[in-house]
Write a protein that binds this ligand. Structure first.
Ligand code: URA
Length: 230
């Protein structure tokens, strides 16, 4: 939300009063004087009018989890354990997932209470690489490399996937780098070659690598550099 809107929504304030407050240099956002009403504030911003606290600003929280197989990427589910069940954090129901993994996929999952950040992290065409380790039922046809690099047509969404990089590591193992996140994308891409994905693990999203010290089911807070990378 824009700062001028935030101010004009306050009791006993209107747009003109908000403009005057901003021009007077008495409004601070996160400790700094802010005169530009077009600047963005969020639930995480600390907003003051001189010494009066208008909004304390919530703590933004960011975590990486090593999602194990068999746990659902959801905040609640009638049958299965969810990824939230793996976190021992206060107010964890305020967290949401920045991208999902299938029930039988393991690897890097990001959780946060910052909606703007998760939108940046998961924008389908955000250009941020997502790297997967893939194991398949049958031998991987080297023709996949070129077809994945060209893009595959997904009829349901009526789109062609962005160029992806396939590196074949062993006859039935590969590393696949995607630059978008479509529903069941990896399985559908190999499905095009009638080759079933029997093991799938996400290694990284953008610059954030799954921390090798995390066993399946373990998690940690993201570092400032990891947060800033999206
Ligand atoms: N692609 C899939 O098919 N499944 C996942 O969990 C992630 C990407």
């Amino acid at each position: 939300m824009r700062l001028d809107r935030f101010l004009s929504n306050l009791p006993h304030c209107n747009r003109q009063a908000a403009r005057q407050l901003l021009a007077s240099g008495r409004v601070r956002v996160d400790g700094l004087i802010q005169c530009d009403g077009r600047s963005e504030v969020s639930q995480f911003s600390r907003i003051q009018l001189e010494d009066e606290l208008l909004q304390a600003g919530k703590a933004a929280r960011y975590f990486m989890l090593h999602k194990p197989i068999g746990v659902v990427s959801a905040t609640e589910h009638p049958e299965h354990r969810t990824v939230l069940d793996l976190l021992a954090e206060p107010d964890k129901q305020e967290l949401h997932l920045a991208g999902r993994l299938d029930l039988n996929t393991s690897g890097l999952l990001l959780l946060t209470n910052d909606g703007q950040w998760s939108r940046r992290a998961t924008a389908p065409t955000g250009q941020q690489p997502k790297v997967y380790r893939v194991e398949t039922q049958d031998q991987i046809d080297p023709a996949c490399i070129e077809v994945f690099a060209r893009g595959l047509y997904f009829r349901y969404e009526d789109l062609t996937t962005r160029p992806a990089i396939l590196e074949i590591l062993a006859p039935r193992q590969a590393r696949l780098t995607l630059f978008e996140g479509r529903y069941h994308q990896v399985k559908r891409m190999f499905g095009h070659f009638h080759n079933q994905v029997i093991g799938l693990h996400r290694v990284s999203m953008g610059a954030i690598q799954l921390d090798k010290r995390l066993c399946p089911g373990q998690y940690r807070a993201l570092t400032d550099a990891e947060i800033a990378s999206f």
